[in-house]
Design a protein around this ligand. Structure first.
Ligand SMILES: Nc1ncnc2c1ncn2[C@@H]1O[C@H](COP(=O)(O)OP(=O)(O)OP(=O)(O)O)[C@@H](O)[C@H]1O
Ligand SMILES: [Mg+2]
Length: 507
């Protein structure tokens, strides 16, 4: 009996883990032997065994399909899904045949790729997470499909090799894999958001200012306005206003996309903040993540970026309610069979809606056809607890299309500098963005002047501000002062922030 052991890797949720593949081969005394795969494989893993024989023969390797073959995937307690073990299993099978003259397979190398029937290596999902897991386990080498090479090579301290097919992989192993060509991190992922500039939005200075404030303090934002007033246009420009991703954040973003199978082929690191705009027909699993082999949902794909919910009242209440936990905690947990999976979900929420079902309430020239009752019902579709998590709600009014660009209009680059300076002030002062200050931190760092405090008291009396609206206003005012470089929060900052609470006022 011949036994071979080698390393593969796999993802569960957005975390990678190492899998040890053991292959044992023995000749049956009579007839044809059985092939058994153990270690919680799913149907796709079992099916991969059928691909082995043609792939091995097409690669010029010896194999006796009629032997007793046992393939064990450890740890046995974790489910193994999909075809990413193909390469490791094929190499294990090949190595149990002396005719193939394969050396002892290197213990410091993990093999992660699917095989085509002709032996070609195909990409696997979540290779970046696998590379991180391999490095954490002390491995130094990863063999993947060429399409995955740039992604895997993003991780420092792991040598990446990407043979075109199984035959080439065997040649490299015979010659010593350490001599095989190493791949480097390839081109970074480009996004079309790059070309979107704030300067292209004519007018709407009030909304732009709110957008910049939201970016600075990390505040969630809701825009209310008639069709065509520029809400979607503004939202799309938010990722460009946020400070650039750190390397650690870029790795996180790339890993989530890779585990969802959404990293563009052949690309490495995602350097831009994501912008996700799911349609209102999105399912709970689509938005939050999950499924029998849980994958990240939209809120995780928006990690470190922007989740944009256009036409907010059209989203089913049930779906919106599910956003509460991730918006609060910056991550979410999904229970499944044996345990709980954790998905990252720290994003800014930007939502847009019309003021009423027909869209024209408050329009200067068009008549709104909805009754007050209808408008009320439309707005109440957004649940209080979700609204609770939105610091800024502002009107984006109708604007004449022939308005000239305001001469003072900032470009995205200028606004981003302003945002970065304000964010640095916050981090130096309190170690976090204003939006995530807790009650005690807010009290300590608000530093409102006397006139400002009087205005707040007046607003509580006259507008009947709730405690929660009060806190939101203070946080946003703090961000406005930070944008303008002021230690103290003034009357003007607070009155501007009160202006960003449209929905606290009666419709
Ligand atoms: N302020 C603006 N400056 C320049 N173009 C604008 C502006 N507002 C709207 N537009 C033009 O109108 C189009 C529609 O704008 P946008 O999609 O942002 O509107 P919206 O407020 O999201 O509307 P809806 O409520 O229908 O979703 C844009 O693609 C753009 O061409
Ligand atoms: Mg829109």
């Amino acid at each position: 009996m011949d036994q071979i052991r080698l390393a593969a890797a796999h993802v569960e949720g957005v975390e990678g883990f190492l899998v040890e593949v053991e292959v044992s081969r023995s000749q049956p005394s009579t007839g044809t032997g059985r092939t058994t795969v153990v270690g919680l494989p799913d149907a796709a893993v079992r099916e991969s065994i059928d691909r082995m024989t043609p792939a091995l023969f097409a690669s010029g390797l010896s194999h006796r399909p009629g032997d007793h073959l046992v393939i064990n995937l450890a740890p046995a307690g974790r489910r193994k899904e999909g075809p990413a073990f193909d390469l490791a299993i094929a190499l294990g099978l090949a190595a149990t045949m002396r005719e193939n003259q394969l050396p002892t397979l290197p213990a410091d190398t993990a093999f992660v790729a699917e095989l085509a029937l002709d032996g070609t290596l195909r990409p696997a999902r979540g290779v970046l997470a696998c590379a991180i897991a391999a490095r954490a386990a002390g491995l130094t080498r990863l063999v993947v499909a060429p399409v995955n090479a740039a992604e895997a090579a993003v991780v420092d301290g792991i040598a990446v090799h990407a043979p075109a097919n199984l035959a080439e992989c065997c040649r490299w192993l015979r010659a010593g894999i350490e001599h095989a060509p190493r791949r480097s991190a390839g081109a970074e992922v480009e996004t079309t958001l790059d070309s979107l500039d704030l300067i292209d939005v004519r007018g709407q200075e009030h909304a732009k200012r709110a957008l910049i404030t939201a970016a600075a303090g990390g505040h969630n934002l809701l825009m209310i306005g008639p069709p065509g007033s520029g809400k979607t246009m503004l939202a799309r420009r938010l990722p460009g206003l946020l400070p650039g991703l750190t390397l650690e954040e870029a790795l996180d973003v790339t890993r989530v996309h890779s585990c969802a199978g959404m990293l563009p082929d052949g690309r490495g690191l995602m350097r831009q903040r994501p912008f996700r705009a799911p349609h209102h027909s999105v399912s709970p699993v689509g938005l939050i993540g999950g499924g029998s082999y849980p994958k990240p949902g939209e809120v995780s794909l928006a990690h470190h970026g922007v989740l944009f919910l256009d036409e907010l009242p059209e989203f089913p209440r049930l779906v919106l309610e599910m956003l509460r936990q991730p918006l609060e905690d910056g991550h979410l947990t999904i229970s499944r069979g044996g345990g709980r999976l954790r998905f990252p979900a720290r994003c800014m929420l930007v939502a847009a809606m019309n003021p009423c079902p027909c869209g024209y309430l408050g329009h200067p020239t068009r008549r709104c056809t909805d009754g007050a009752d209808f408008v009320h019902r439309y707005r109440s579709r957004i649940s209080g607890p979700l609204l609770d998590r939105i610091d800024i709600h502002l009107e984006v009014p109708f604007q004449r299309p022939d308005i000239q660009a305001a001469p003072a209009g900032a470009t995205t680059a200028q606004a981003r500098d302003q945002v970065a300076t304000a964010r640095t002030r916050m981090l130096d002062r309190q170690g976090c963005a204003n939006a995530v200050l807790d009650a005690r931190g807010l009290k300590k760092h608000l530093q409102a002047d006397d006139a400002g405090l009087r205005l707040l008291t007046q607003a509580v009396d006259e507008l009947g501000l709730s405690a929660r609206a009060y806190d939101r206003i203070c946080k946003v005012a703090r961000s406005i002062a930070d944008l303008d470089g002021r230690e103290r929060v003034t009357l003007e900052d607070l009155s501007e922030a009160i202006g960003y609470r449209v929905l606290d006022r009666p419709a």
